[in-house]
Design a binder for this molecule. Structure first.
Ligand code: GUN
Length: 314
């Protein structure tokens, strides 16, 4: 791991006297981790060993899922991992999908695999997740891995929470004793983040409030938070009036907003109104370039752990 000073990137100089805000640069950190993984793979291969191998099952043609899976496959190529993409028609039976999961469970050449979610409505996603061998569950979605995480045992952490924890560590963000408000209670982000931020750990030790669509006085809770983790999926929902001075902001949201001034026809927005909030904060993740790039690289780190069989040693 490189030294913290390499990740330090303060706001542009005209902000300097207003704020000591620091950007948590996921693009830079993920690039550095990518180089480290690449180096590790090169060493393994030069010693005559096979490279780590990740497989992904993609069912149907959901556009967002295709984009995510393509990013994962590309990242495998970039770091030198082998990858297998199993594309299946959206009308396959649940039984057929479970057979494919079983095949990957038994394949010794495959260290870890994921089944991209969401699955078509006729397939029970819970049943599929349960069928994945926990040792190969590099998404960390299986109840065994979620349970291990909850108990503080070595486990595959879901990629987005794992990526956020790596950002906090790389920038040596002091979280201990702070009030952390998480907005969104998904199994993939909000719930695991609540466990990780509350655990007895250098980058934890927070008092956590997990907010959701039925939370009363959300704005008041946000205004009192030292750390806000926004994962509600509402673009630019959090503005400067909802945030206290020097807050630490982690923005997990990423939504395409139509924008005719752009060649692409859209821009990407987080759940936080960055332009409004940034100069009030002590740290903030930008969108894009914050949490997003950390998610894919964290899946690669889990795959390397699966290859080395690190997680289930203890
Ligand atoms: N769908 C959205 N995010 C994820 C993820 O991290 N893993 C899988 N398997 N599906 C997803």
């Amino acid at each position: 791991m490189r030294h913290i000073s390499e990740y330090k990137k303060v706001a542009p100089s005209h902000f300097f006297y207003l704020s000591l805000m620091e950007i948590l640069d996921g693009k830079l950190l993920s690039k550095n981790i990518k180089e480290e993984l690449k180096h590790e793979v090169n060493v393994l291969v030069s010693e005559g060993k096979r490279a780590p191998h990740l497989a992904a099952i993609l069912v149907g043609n959901d556009g967002a899922s295709e984009t995510y899976v393509n990013h994962k496959v590309k990242m495998c190529n970039d770091v030198g991992f082998g990858s297998t993409l199993l594309r299946l028609d959206d009308n396959i039976s649940e039984e057929f999908l479970l057979e494919q999961v079983e095949r990957l469970n038994k394949d010794d050449e495959i260290d870890g695999f994921i089944v991209q979610l969401p699955l078509p409505a006729h397939i029970n996603a819970r049943k599929v997740t349960l069928a994945i061998e926990p040792k190969k569950d590099v998404d960390g979605f299986h109840p065994v891995n979620m349970g291990r995480m909850l108990l503080g045992h070595p486990a595959y952490l879901p990629a987005t929470p794992y990526g956020i924890m790596q950002l906090l560590r790389a920038y040596e963000v002091d979280t201990s004793g702070k009030d952390c408000v998480i907005v969104g209670r998904s199994n993939i982000v909000g719930k695991p983040m609540s466990v990780l931020m509350a655990r007895n750990h250098k980058y934890g030790n927070c008092t956590v409030t997990l907010c959701h669509s039925k939370t009363n006085d959300l704005e008041l809770k946000l205004k009192n938070a030292d750390i806000i983790i926004a994962a509600l999926g509402k673009p630019e929902f959090i503005n400067a009036d909802m945030v206290k001075d020097n807050a630490i902001i982690i923005d997990v949201g990423i939504t395409r907003i139509p924008d005719e001034s752009r060649k692409s026809g859209y821009r990407l927005a987080g759940d936080v109104n960055y332009a409004d909030v940034a100069e009030k904060c002590s740290y903030i993740t930008p969108v894009p370039g914050g949490v997003g790039p950390m998610t894919v690289i964290s899946l690669m780190k889990n795959t390397m752990k699966a290859y080395k069989k690190q997680v289930y040693k203890s």
